[in-house]
Ligand binder design. Structure first.
Ligand SMILES: Nc1ncnc2c1ncn2[C@@H]1O[C@H](COP(=O)(O)OP(=O)(O)OP(=O)(O)O)[C@@H](O)[C@H]1O
Ligand SMILES: [Mg+2]
Length: 397
């Protein structure tokens, strides 16, 4: 899958680095697989990757601890048969995500149970640092993922995580090659091609699909905050992946065909500040206008960076759902990126801004989209809707 449209330049803020956080990683051994292991065993330069080679057995994490789950199985990055280039699923500011194959058996019995179920197939995704300073970011992400993946029901809400390869600072996950951003763009294109006055007031993905998507993501965010105790910190359509649902029989083609899963925990951290420093995972924080909450984008906040919060996650999810309704990943109307950036600094006025643009018809006054988005974008973070109450609003449809 090609990397989908990038919304805006990401602003990276350095908060705190604890590069020794993995030195005390607990070592408890996995039962080794039958075949010798070969993994990405050294730094993998995204442009000139090294060949996978032998590795040793690796530590694995305790559930719900700050330890990192290590991936120590056979893994090879897939190549294009003709050009020999590595096959990419996508890339972001920090990383490139490659398609990889594994000879790792899906026989659960040979493993000490991992926090998430073993991959049913052998195709995986491996997220590899793209820049020199990205190694600690991916290490911190793996530490958060180890904890989140060990929380009950994780596979309903986040992309399944299989471990970290310390030697190359790479994260191994299930391959889920469809980002919500791509799906929104496809729906917007289809809506434009089949324009009809009958559907012009509905979300580009249809109202039933939008309601299902919103329900999945709000429930997932509630779980992330309340059960996993983690703030995502960079919710946007590019960081949500869609896994095709198994639908029995013929299914109803009007239904939403996917499960939306949170991905990219490179800006995530434990909810309480105390926990964050304990986990040592707040290596860096990044913001992506236009989805970032306005309180994180003030000049003062940029100079003295604060942490994202559950309320700023709620704001970012609201804007993600708004993009899924209008079909516009840039969200704000305006001809220049500076104009749009200025509007996103006043993001609590987003509904007014969007209504003044081309896609405003898709957010009718007092309609369900407006009723869902409005309480989640209020200016004062503490007055924004909480995820549990947010679900009630959506189900009052
Ligand atoms: N498990 C996966 N399966 C398939 N594709 C994936 C997977 N994880 C990520 N991708 C693709 O790779 C892209 C980059 O991944 P990710 O967002 O995790 O990287 P990043 O460098 O942290 O990005 P960002 O710029 O948002 O910080 C995603 O937008 C998505 O298209
Ligand atoms: Mg991303």
């Amino acid at each position: 899958m090609a990397a989908s449209h990038t919304p805006a330049q990401k602003v990276v803020k350095i908060l705190h680095k604890n590069e020794n956080q993995f030195q005390d990683a607990q070592t408890s051994r996995l039962t080794p697989p039958d075949t010798p292991t070969s993994v990405l065993d050294g730094p993998l330069d995204a442009d000139q990757p090294s060949t996978p080679c032998q590795t040793k057995d690796a530590p694995r994490s305790n559930s719900r601890s700050s330890r990192t789950l290590e991936f120590s199985y056979d893994l090879e990055v897939a190549k294009d048969g003709n050009s020999g280039r590595l096959l990419e699923f996508g890339r972001g500011v920090w990383s490139v995500v490659y398609k990889a194959t594994t000879r790792w058996m899906s026989d659960v019995s040979v493993l000490t149970p991992p926090p998430s179920p073993v991959a049913s197939g052998r195709i995986l995704a491996v997220k590899v640092p793209l820049r020199h300073d990205a190694g600690p970011v991916l290490a911190a992400e793996a530490q958060v993922l180890s904890r989140v993946a060990a929380t009950a029901s994780a596979d309903e809400y986040i992309v399944p995580f299989y471990g970290f390869i310390t030697a190359s600072s790479s994260i191994v996950m299930s391959a889920i090659p469809l980002a919500l951003s791509t799906h929104i763009e496809e729906c917007a294109l289809r809506a434009k091609e089949n324009f009809s006055t009958r559907t012009m007031l509905d979300p580009v993905m249809s109202m039933p699909c939008w309601i299902t998507l919103a329900g999945q993501l709000i429930k997932g965010l509630d779980w992330l905050h309340a059960e996993a105790g983690v703030v995502h910190g960079d919710i946007k359509p590019h960081n949500i992946l869609l896994r095709r649902r198994r639908i029995d029989g013929d299914g109803n083609s009007a239904e939403f065909q996917f499960e939306a899963l949170y991905a990219d925990f490179s800006s995530a951290h434990g909810i309480s500040l105390e926990e964050s420093s304990h986990l040592g995972e707040v290596a860096l924080s990044a913001l992506t206008p236009p989805f970032a909450a306005p309180e994180l984008m003030t000049v003062a906040a940029m100079k003295a960076p604060g942490l994202s919060t559950p309320a700023s996650d709620v704001f970012s999810l609201a804007l993600t759902l708004l993009a899924a309704a209008t079909g516009d990943l840039l969200l704000y109307p305006g001809t220049s990126s500076m104009q749009r950036l200025a509007m996103s600094r006043e993001g609590y006025r987003v509904l007014d801004f969007v209504r003044s643009g081309h896609h405003g018809t898709r957010v009718p006054r007092r309609g369900l989209v407006e009723r869902t988005i409005a309480p989640a974008v209020v200016k004062t973070p503490s007055e924004r809707v909480k995820t549990s109450r947010w679900l009630d609003i959506l189900s009052s449809a």
